[in-house]
Design a protein around this ligand. Structure first.
Ligand SMILES: *Cc1c(COP(=O)(O)O)cnc(C)c1O
Length: 412
């Protein structure tokens, strides 16, 4: 996105503001689907939790994506964006009965089960409502991937999925239930995975699981779900080449003859998004140069939570008299937490109060993890499409902040 347009948007909408580039989403989507399509039949289910803005969901739906959801709220969003229930996969380790009911009554949602208890809960719902459901089972493939400990989901100790030894029993129980149809087995091994090997290993275990189920007489399988997690380089592109990802998965497609479901989140939207934030003040503290900006951990939690390093650039207002000389600065937010920073020890052109900065590669797990901590209104979101731009979520107001609260409690 060009600097002039970003400067214009920041002036018109205010800061902090998330800006997404539709062209990047389209291009990334086509790169991924071209790589997969060259190897096997596949369906893309965009992982809504990466960025759940309705305008982005609509854009991805138009590109042909379904939705991978983890809550009833995400189901409501997917439906509101025009995604058909049969193009929705419901993942997640703790689906509540009301969420299962919303999914099965919508009709056609693939429910990925993660425990025997969840099967019982789903069975109770379909029996009460009197409908049918498509079911998948999420395998815990017991593979580890070199990523942040919080984003590793496929190791044995993780809370996700069912162990290999249990999958067979659970799968047969689903198969026997007259209102449930076992169509899929899947995995999701984590996020920001740069190495294809964990996918290769996990895919082998999925192939074993499919073989075991078929030997036990299950003849309803239609797909294998390999999850998401494809890594990106913030502000650049894929950190795991989609062709290498496809190579790792292809033997699973060949061995089983099943369609492959993929659930990418971050890689589709991450590099399409920037957070624009303005420098409020400069000061020195303990020998460090600080740039205090108007966006903080309530807007972008990733640096604080995952020690994620997102590139930061000066979009507008670098001090001209310094002739582009660079300085080392900590870019910190206004929130009352020492852990509130967007980037530490960054080399930036000298930028004083009023300068506009962009934090790059924050289209995924940026806005969706934002909060109202410190009673800050959540940022606006803007979509750019070529020369055009539009606000796709207005900045919150103080009324939004206090909605639903009761200063004079109605005691029961
Ligand atoms: C979060 C999640 C994804 C997406 O992960 P990314 O790293 O954003 O690609 C896919 N599937 C499931 C089950 C998830 O929980």
């Amino acid at each position: 996105m060009n600097r002039g347009l970003l400067t214009h948007i920041a002036a018109a909408v205010g800061t902090p503001v998330y800006v997404y580039d539709a062209a990047v989403i389209r291009k990334t989507y086509h790169t991924l689907t071209a790589a997969l399509g060259a190897r096997f039949a596949h369906h893309v289910f965009y992982s809504v939790k990466a960025n759940s803005n309705l305008a982005l969901l609509r854009l991805l739906q138009e590109l042909g994506a379904g939705a991978d959801i983890v809550s009833g709220g995400e189901l409501a969003r997917a439906c509101a964006a025009g995604i058909r229930p049969e193009d929705v996969v419901f993942s997640g380790v703790g689906k509540a009965a009301h969420e299962l009911e919303a999914a099965v009554t919508a009709g056609g949602v693939l429910v990925n089960l993660e425990s025997a208890g969840e099967l019982e809960a789903l069975a109770r719902v379909v029996e009460r409502v009197g409908c049918e459901a498509r079911v998948g089972i999420r395998l815990n493939p017991d593979v580890s991937a070199a990523t942040h400990g919080y984003t590793q989901t496929g190791v044995r100790e993780a809370k996700f999925g069912v162990p290999f030894e249990e999958l067979q029993r659970l799968g047969c129980a689903v198969y026997r239930h007259p209102q449930l149809r076992l169509t899929s087995v899947g995995m999701h091994i984590g996020s920001q995975i740069t190495d294809p090997d964990p996918y290769r290993l996990g895919a082998e275990r999925l192939a074993d699981a499919v073989r075991g189920l078929r030997e036990a007489g299950v003849d309803t399988l239609e797909s294998v779900d390999v999850g998401g997690g494809i890594a990106i380089r913030h502000g650049e592109g894929f950190a795991l080449d989609p062709k290498r990802f496809a190579d790792a998965i292809a033997p699973l497609a060949e061995a089983t003859g099943l369609d492959v479901l993929v659930e990418p989140g971050r890689c589709l939207v991450g590099n399409a998004g920037s957070l624009l934030t303005r420098v409020l003040y400069r000061k020195r503290s303990g020998g460090r140069q600080l740039a205090i900006v108007d966006g903080g951990m309530s807007d972008l939690l990733r640096p604080s939570l995952y020690q994620a390093e997102h590139p930061i650039v000066v979009v507008d207002g670098a001090e001209p008299e310094t002739n582009g000389a660079r300085e080392q600065v900590d870019v910190v937010g206004p929130i009352c937490e020492t852990g509130d920073f967007l980037g530490l020890q960054r080399s930036l052109p000298a930028a004083g109060p009023g300068a506009l900065l962009a934090v790059l590669g924050v289209g995924a797990y940026g806005f969706t993890m934002s909060s109202n901590y410190n009673s800050r209104t959540r940022a606006a979101e803007v979509l750019v499409d070529g020369e055009r731009w539009a606000v796709i979520r207005r900045r919150e107001t103080y009324d939004d902040l206090m909605r639903g609260e009761c200063p004079e409690p109605e005691w029961q």
